[in-house]
Design a protein around this ligand. Sequence first.
Ligand code: UDX
Length: 438
Amino acid sequence: MKICVIGIGHVGLVTSAGFAQLGHRVIGVDNDIKKIKGLMRKTVPFYEPELEKLIRENQKKGRLSFSSSIKFGVKNSEVVFICVGTPPREDGEADLSSVEKVVREVAHSLDDYRTIVEKSTVPVNTWQWIKHTVNLYNKGNTEFDVGVNPEFLREGSAVKDFLQPDRIVIGVENERAKKILLEIYKKINCPKIITNLSTAEIIKHASNSFLATKISFINSVSNLCEKVGADVVKVAQGMGYDPRIGKAFLSAGVGYGGFCFPKDLAAFIHIGEKYGYELTILKAVQKVNEEQRKILVKKVKEALWVLKDKVIGVLGLAFKPNTDDMRLAPSIYVIQMLQQEGARIKAFDPAATLEAKKILHGVKFCQDAYEAAMNSDCLVILTEWDEFKNLDLKKIKKLLKVPVIIDGRNIFDHEKMKKLGFIYKGVGKGDASIFLKK
Ligand code: UDX
């Protein structure tokens, strides 16, 4: 099929390349001309495993091209996917101005029937506004359908998530749009949930909110574990084998970050308020997430007492491993809290330093983990990069002024660290007397 994808951000670019890989002819459209020119020269604007290869292959086969003109994209396709950003406003409400602008331009460009599909994460019933707006600006009264097809792509595994998804959600109003969307995904063998448009929109917000709830739940349990001498990792294991609970997303840590969870939770809460229902559970999820960062800082203080002029080495800045994404990363909040206490920060991340430099100030960025440890009073781990798991711990111990490690991601074995002589505090590893023993 001929497909136009509007908005070449993380989601739009993976979607464009993914559709091309499925054999469709895809035009990716973005108003950022620099980005489009770069893509034409085969420069991918961000890192995502497998993506560059997929783009190059499909460009070579002539199935994937890029343009800065919505008109061109719409005229040369049968289906139009909207993948533009929906960033949060101050109060958590999603800013839909980019969606509205794009929809107007699509409406202006309609000359024949098109299926217009919303892929961006949007508040429920946005489809009604899309339909209304297309009707308003579609002077020739050209026929169209609106569809909703939310994405569930994780950064770092987005290509795999696209080509081998757990499920595909298709929200439609009629058989015509249903047939077209099923045709697009016919090569992908997974459950396909066909539903109405509002339900499809809710599925996306509900899914991300539930995942964030799992994380805040296990983080709450971890805090209790610390008080009663239990081990949250084992608790999560013991819970996870129950298929009704599942093992995924039960890693206690310093809280979730990234662009999606915080944004989608805030938007979902806002939708609830708009329709007169308070999503109390999600407000608690947000609160636990914020507390989790403070608890980590408290652990540093418990180990070092006064933080003024102490040097803290931070390992890991990105909101999760295998990405350079710093958006709403827990590291930002933790580092700022430590700085407010007067601590000096030395930090290392294998990929996110460039991005971190734009956000964090007064931080000394290091070349590697050992430099971050050198002459520091404490090492704090905030992202569970594999390379940290293989550090030479004896060397780290020698480099540190005092062998204190506060691990916000539980990457090391408690007993082993104790044997090596570290004062080591993970998350949800109950042993309240550890600092006293030292
Ligand atoms: C998320 C969703 O998973 C994806 O389906 C959606 O479309 C976009 O948002 P992403 O933001 O890329 O994807 O990251 P994800 O892997 O889900 O992790 C989110 C955050 O949760 C990270 O900060 C991670 O460290 C944290 N997390 C995850 C935990 O703290 N514990 C866990 O057990 C799992």
